[in-house]
Ligand binder design. Sequence first.
Ligand code: SF4
Length: 265
Amino acid sequence: MIPVTMIREYLYCPLKVYLKMHDENIKSYSSITNISHDALIGFEELIKRNLWHLNGEMQVKEILEELLKDIPEFLDNVNLQYQDVELVDNVNNNFDILKEDLKFNSWLIAIKTQKMLKTGLTGAEVVNLLFPPSLLEFKIEDKENGLLGQIDKIEIVDGVYYPIKIKTNLPPLKGVWQSDAIQITAYAYLMEHEFNKEISVGFINYMKVGSRKPVLINTNLREKFSQIFNEIISIVYDDKFPEVVQNVNKCRSCDYCEICQYSME
Ligand code: SF4
């Protein structure tokens, strides 16, 4: 099965896909991704729970204090669970950045919440407005085509399903990164098979700036996804060596720069 996350590797540099499949020295960097996801999902669940008891008399700072109740302890526990992984320094650095981003997002939620509570809505109604019913970390396998995805969140509003991808990096100045758009298209493709519904819009949540950006899943994106998926299949199953376009900036930040013979670093 090819995981949807392989699309990101391919778009960064197709050689990464080849190395990942053919070189046993490649270390797995998934711990960094896993810790972010565990923290993000738990953070949202705690914020939802804490929102229930708020009222329109409260100031933004009081709301923030209530929202953050139990969150530092929860984040410390998540961090502890990853302390025995091999890449502990890297995990800790990324986790500190993530904690700052979550604090920033808590402020945004507190400001929005106060505005809504002041109109007379209850905490429970604010929860429903800010956090519609959703499926979290939803796994879908398309055995026929060999594609596997774990969708961060699927929001369900009036019977319509929306795939959501949560990102910890910055968005581009306009729209979303191409790799995010193609990944959300892959999730839409999986969801269409799983739920037998057409999925025409998805969203990318860029946590660093507290911004949710839409992706219109149009024919162009579907064709691009299909082309990339076929390329990845050729690399993984037919042993095709991809064309390498070297880029010193990419090589510098590449996980595989120490073992890749094409690295420009
Ligand atoms: S080191 Fe450079 S050429 Fe090698 S896989 Fe990474 S980005 Fe590609």
